[in-house]
Write a protein that binds this ligand. Structure first.
Ligand code: ARG
Length: 378
């Protein structure tokens, strides 16, 4: 028998733990001994191993179930897996990403899905990379007079795209950025996002007639594309996944945060509020209207969305369901608790252990292309 290096031993341990959990939960224990033997031999001969589709599906779903920052985990079993491990060119990857968007968007009746590209090989420092943090992101520009147009969170990606020759047509607040795909050892390639597949919701307000003059909108589907999916010691560095929005992600954070679209002062002014003193709670009033607009518009245009009250209730159900299965959940309280009306939601009043177990989704950091469980910004 060949002697395993420290790296291979670590991989084998992760594989062993994952496969044991997988075959037990899927009630396929009788197949486990043979599968373990096979994987051990594979690691010995090739320093890596390959998941079967069933293992991949289970691993991706449990990675979601384990992710401490997600309030929507009750749906973990419904995750649709697109196995794209056999694809090798950027053109093929582009097609798979387009198919993912089409499936997930489903004309507004959003479905959770993940597309999994091939795993990082032992001799590759990074594996396949999608440079965009999400498949749908809006560019940002600083105009000659200093005004900022677009989403300030995307300045790095916007710069990268412009450097690679992207020319935005008119510089609006909502220009969808192209996709940047990097195959191991190759230069980054840029592809225009398939705009016809991208659904957006114009933001309207149930009672304020002037609201339309703000000309706001947001995209229907959040597809996170920069996290590493780790299953049984194997890293899938390109594994974009989506759920659907909770309203506050758009209304409170993306459009409300000072370092994002920073819309509260403008909305308060349009509402005719006195903004001279914070104790008048003008920010709070503007925030409620902005969130109302998001929920109202997504509903009006029949795009699936949750509000923070129901999301919080579902999370409590998830916790109960997990308990029934003999599992305790871990959660990052500061991410689970919604960013508005926190104490009016049930999760605010609970405490959770915050620990990261595998399978899971990890961040990459610029100085560490490998997995990193935490990113400071919420
Ligand atoms: N907060 C991110 C955004 O506003 C999306 C994160 C994932 N959200 C989700 N509901 N699956 O774009």
């Amino acid at each position: 028998m060949k002697f395993l290096t420290a790296k291979e031993t670590a991989l084998w341990e992760e594989a062993y733990n994952f496969l044991s959990q997988c075959y037990k939960e899927l009630k396929l224990e009788n197949e486990l001994p043979q599968r373990l033997e096979q994987v051990q031999a594979e690691i010995q001969s090739s320093r890596t191993y390959y998941h079967t589709f069933k293992e991949l599906e289970f691993g991706a779903r449990v990675a979601w179930r384990n992710n401490v920052r997600c309030i929507g985990r009750i749906y973990w079993k419904t995750l649709k897996i697109f196995d794209a491990r056999q694809l090798s060119t950027t053109e093929e990857i582009y097609q798979a990403l387009s198919n993912h968007l089409r499936y997930a968007t489903n004309e507004g009746n959003i479905r959770s899905a993940i597309t999994i590209f091939r795993q990082k090989m032992p001799d590759e420092p990074k594996g396949i990379q999608i440079e965009n943090s999400q498949l749908i992101r809006y560019a940002v520009y600083t105009q000659p007079n200093g005004t900022i147009v677009g989403d300030p969170a995307q300045s790095k990606l916007t710069q990268q795209c412009i450097q690679l020759g992207w020319k935005p047509s008119q510089q609006t607040n909502f220009d969808i950025l192209p996709w940047l795909i990097t195959l191991p050892g190759q230069p980054t390639e840029m592809k225009e996002a398939p705009l016809s597949l991208i659904k957006e919701v114009p933001l309207e307000h149930p009672t304020f007639e002037w609201w339309n003059t703000l000309q706001l909108k947001w995209h229907a589907v959040p597809v996170i594309s920069d996290m590493i999916l780790e299953i049984g010691g194997i890293q899938y560095t390109a594994a974009p996944f989506n759920g659907w929005y909770m309203g506050t992600e758009i209304g409170s954070r993306n459009l409300g945060d000072q370092h994002r679209y920073n819309l509260l002062p403008l909305i308060a002014q349009k509402m005719g509020l006195d903004t001279s003193q914070s104790f008048l709670l003008w920010k709070d009033r503007a925030l409620v209207e902005l969130n109302t607009s998001v929920l109202y518009s997504f509903q009006k245009y029949q795009v699936k969305i949750n509000n923070h009250h129901e999301a919080s209730d579902y999370f409590i159900h998830f916790e109960d369901a997990e308990k029934k299965q003999g599992r305790t959940i871990a959660a990052d309280w500061s991410w689970i608790v919604p960013p508005m009306s926190a104490s009016a939601t049930a999760v605010f009043h609970k405490e959770y252990e915050n620990k990261t177990v595998n399978p899971n989704f990890y961040y990459k950091t610029p100085d560490n292309p490998q997995k990193c469980p935490f990113k400071s910004s919420k």
